[in-house]
Design a binder for this molecule. Structure first.
Ligand code: BES
Ligand code: ZN
Ligand code: ZN
Length: 482
């Protein structure tokens, strides 16, 4: 992984390193000698190492279509992959085409793309040693006019901090389950946030019992590795009356419990804490940038396993809010632990609006595939702010409607609510279950079960496995909401 301090735009940097030029299709002729122009057409993500003005240069094609945020990130990620493969350790990216088409803010996307393109999986044994041998790269950016210099530094810094947040979320999700028990996960997050102005409290299993976190315990007690609840408080705007509550699903391993997953669906069970990872990654970036916002993260952590004390389908459990829950499927565990975290956030942390994020339903991936996340929201102002954040990050989300008939689908005959739907609509009803515990606060729900993990990445800034979905959008949401 490239360090966050690696992106610099000092004059000196602009002079050294191999130049990297991004070229729209058809515009290569103006740059290259005639005999070289036939070797590179500038088609989308085409790469070539050719001399420009007598200097060795990495050329990256941008195609003909207009750019967007993802395309900028992809082009820079693709360039980073190319220079890393060649062992080049010092580069200078020409930002001019991007700035021309996308404005100065594109620098943040360039930084994110260049850093995320060379993400390295956490590795073990001999593999880990091989990785350590790889050296860091110095990245400079040129093509920025003097008047934008200060803004440029801020944007590049912001992009590199965001990339570090995304990297962390990816690392957590990619980490094998046996290296990331609930307690390890809490410790990793606290370690990542140390030295930053974030207050953290981790409630142990025994404390959860005292507090009455019945739903979290009902799931987590099925494992010998006990559950916990991590609370993180960042107060960047003490004068503001608003505190955003971010609630992230932290199931470090989801076997399904007694409703055991089929072995073919077990590949991703270690990644069921991507929601929690996204919350932690965003909080890191917010604190590093000293953002003016108050944000409290509440992260329930547990494993969903089989033991003689595990939940059984048909069980009725209680919850922190006191509502009874009929558990009809033990694999629908995320909503149970999020329910307790949600009511805790509202009642004890006094958050004024809530957002929960989770790898919650396979149904969302059936609907939107692996590039679009699902959103449910019951407050138009909150949704507008989210939409703006999504536009800034470039992440793709689609809002899903819901009506009273969907609320009917999670009514139980013997308890206050049931954890599966009587009538399909799996993504909607999972969200509405959590909303039951939001105590009428403006509520926004992100289902990232499709986007958090990709076996076959659609974008060059991703690699197979965890994507870090949600980090950048949550960051921008909190940045703009005070
Ligand atoms: N963590 C899973 C959802 C999931 C599925 C994430 C695929 C990533 C990829 C969740 O706990 C789950 O198992 N949900 C069930 C709910 C059902 C039993 C009502 C599902 O979606 O099948
Ligand atoms: Zn499950
Ligand atoms: Zn799950």
């Amino acid at each position: 992984m490239l360090g966050v301090e690696d992106l610099l735009i000092t004059e000196e940097d602009a002079q050294e390193g191999m130049q990297v030029i991004f070229v729209k299709e058809g515009e290569q002729k103006a740059l290259l000698e005639e005999e070289n122009a036939v070797l590179f057409s500038g088609s989308w993500l085409e790469r070539a190492f050719l001399p420009v003005d007598g200097h060795p240069t990495l050329l990256i094609g941008l195609g003909k279509k207009p750019l967007d945020i993802f395309k900028v990130k992809e082009a820079c990620a693709s360039a980073a992959k190319a220079w890393t493969e060649k062992g080049i350790r010092s580069v200078r990216l020409d930002a001019s085409v991007f700035i021309q088409e996308q404005g100065i803010e594109t620098l943040r996307d360039m930084a994110e793309g260049a850093l995320l393109g060379t993400y390295q999986l956490p590795c073990f044994g001999e593999k880990e040693k091989e990785q350590k041998a790889k050296e860091r790269c110095r990245i400079g950016v040129s093509g920025i006019s003097e008047e934008y210099r200060q803004q440029a530094e801020t944007l590049l810094k912001e992009g590199s901090v965001l990339a570090a947040g995304v990297d962390f979320a990816r690392d957590m999700v990619n980490m094998p389950g046996n290296f990331l028990r609930p307690a390890d996960f809490a410790e990793k997050i606290c370690g990542f946030l140390k030295d930053l102005p974030v207050e953290s409290v981790c409630y142990s299993r025994d404390q959860l019992k005292e507090m009455g976190m019945e739903a979290l315990l009902a799931v987590g007690d099925g494992s010998q590795f006990p559950p916990c609840l991590l609370v993180l408080r960042y107060q960047g705007a003490p004068e503001s009356l608003q505190t955003i509550g971010l609630i992230g699903k932290g199931v470090t391993c989801d076997t399904g419990g007694y409703c055991l997953k089929a072995s073919a669906s077990m590949e991703g069970i270690k990644g069921d804490m991507a929601g929690a990872g996204a919350v932690a990654g965003a909080l890191y970036a917010l604190a590093r940038r000293e953002t003016k916002a108050n944000v409290t993260a509440v992260i329930p952590m547990c494993e969903n396993r089989i033991s003689s004390g595990s939940l059984l389908p048909g069980d009725v459990i209680s919850s922190y809010a006191g509502k009874s829950i009929e558990v009809l499927n033990t694999d629908a565990e995320g909503r149970l632990i999020l329910a307790d975290a949600m009511s805790y956030a509202v009642r004890k942390e006094h958050v004024t609006q809530v957002l929960d994020i989770a790898t919650l339903t396979g149904a969302v991936a059936t609907m939107f595939g692996f590039t679009v996340g699902g959103v449910l929201c019951d407050d138009e102002n909150w949704y507008r702010e989210f939409e703006r954040a999504g536009r800034t990050s470039g992440e793709r989300y689609a809002r899903i409607p819901f009506y009273e008939e969907h609320e009917e689908m999670i009514k139980s005959r013997l308890a206050d609510v049931r954890n599966t739907s009587k009538g399909g609509c799996g993504t909607i009803t999972a969200g509405l279950f959590i909303r039951e515990f939001a105590e009428n606060k403006p509520w926004l729900h992100l289902d990232i079960a499709g986007t958090a993990w990709v076996s076959d990445p659609a974008f060059a800034f991703q690699s197979p496995g965890a994507t870090g979905a949600g980090v950048t959008t949550l960051y921008h949401l909190c940045t703009k909401t005070t």
